[in-house]
Design a protein around this ligand. Sequence first.
Ligand code: HEM
Ligand code: HEM
Length: 210
Amino acid sequence: MVMTGFGTRMTSSLDCPYPQEEENMPSNTHSTTDQSYDRVSIAFHWITVILILAIFVLALFPGLVKGSIALHKSLGLTVLALVPLRLLWRFTAGRQPRHNGNDPAILRLAAGGAHAALYLLLLVTPLLGWMFVDAKGMELSYFGIKMPALALYDRPFAWMVYAWKSWVAYGLLALIVAHAGAAIGYHAIIRRDGVLRSMIPGRRLPGVSA
Ligand code: HEM
Ligand code: HEM
């Protein structure tokens, strides 16, 4: 069976093009992934992870570096620019791994939903940040380049947007923790199925190029 969109594409174990890989696996290992993400998708994924980590650290510990909030905003805008490029790549030239359908359908659906929600929150959070800054009457610059305004000056609206942004940002954080927990705890430790490996640079299975 093959699912498109954010659901993981699956094949039955009979379709696995790496039978030798299956044979070489220890018996308690479930080889359910027959490819990895392509290099560009992997780069997008881990660059985003580093940016999000820096964005949270800068917002929650602003005393750590001088100009931390300005950097927070510029890195947030970088995420906002990267996500559409990443999605464009994903739905055109990008390659998603073909996870064999060993997981229950409900888990595969949850993973697809979580990935879609991650993309959505990666767009909505910086957009709210941008609107908050404009509505508060502050000038926004991207690493020194003046940015256009997304919202008009309106203090009550600004604080409402700020509250939304907080909720959305902490929702994103919770989703990231669940996502990373599933990748490490469920896929790498419990099932040992190669899903985590499919997103690790240089951990491609034999015979897979790019
Ligand atoms: C993925 C992107 C972003 C994430 C995850 C994020 C997250 C956060 C978090 C967790 C806080 C501190 C907690 C709070 O008070 O709610 C915060 C504060 C803030 N964020 Fe963001 N943010 C992002 C993007 C942006 C962008 C693009 C802007 C502006 C263009 C922005 C402007 C601000 C401002 C002005 C604050 C208040 C800082 C202060 O306390 O003075 N954020 N953000
Ligand atoms: C800022 C933090 C993170 C974000 C925003 C994020 C976002 C995403 C998204 C959107 C996908 C779906 C890719 C696609 O098919 O288009 C994905 C896949 C994946 N992520 Fe993350 N991720 C984050 C952190 C992590 C961490 C910390 C790990 C591991 C320790 C991880 C492991 C994976 C794995 C293994 C996949 C592939 C899942 C599959 O194919 O079913 N991610 N991530």
